[in-house]
Design a protein around this ligand. Structure first.
Ligand code: FES
Length: 140
């Protein structure tokens, strides 16, 4: 089995409101971790690992995940539903892992990632990656 080269960080602290009362909430990221691990295992993928984290500082947009890997741009994505978007997250992570620098063509990203992107952060060693104009226009 290959060592994981990409990590899906999943915030397990986000609270999703279940009603009007402040104390009525769940923490959907907790279940999402196991769902993503099962989805990756089902595809026989060891190149992507799933790591729970306490907060990604986007607390108002649960569920929140980050895709990160050595030499790749890091993507922070929010507004993900653990029930309806789990398969998309797995697919997006595999596309991210297969990409040279973490930038997956816009048309190849699932709708949840296009709508939910919050930030992307360049890899620390990168200096001036040339990008297609379409990506720059959409993500700037
Ligand atoms: S608690 Fe989930 S991003 Fe802060």
């Amino acid at each position: 089995m290959d060592e994981a080269t990409v990590t899906i960080f999943v915030c397990v602290s986000c609270r999703r409101s279940l009603g009007d009362a402040d104390e009525s909430f769940d923490q959907p990221g907790q279940g999402l971790v196991d769902t993503l691990r099962a989805g990756l295992a089902g595809r026989g993928q060891a190149s992507v690992s799933v790591t729970p984290v306490d907060c990604l500082a986007v607390c108002k947009r649960p569920c929140t995940v980050a895709l990160a890997g050595a030499g790749k741009w890091t993507y922070l994505i929010g507004d993900l539903d653990p029930d309806s978007h789990a398969e998309e997250i797995v697919s997006a992570a595999l596309s991210f892992a297969a990409s040279e620098n973490g930038i997956v063509a816009w048309r190849e990203r699932p709708a949840s990632f296009r709508k939910g992107v919050i930030a992307r952060v360049p890899p620390i060693a990168v200096r001036g990656i040339a990008q297609p104009a379409a990506l720059e226009a959409v993500e700037s």
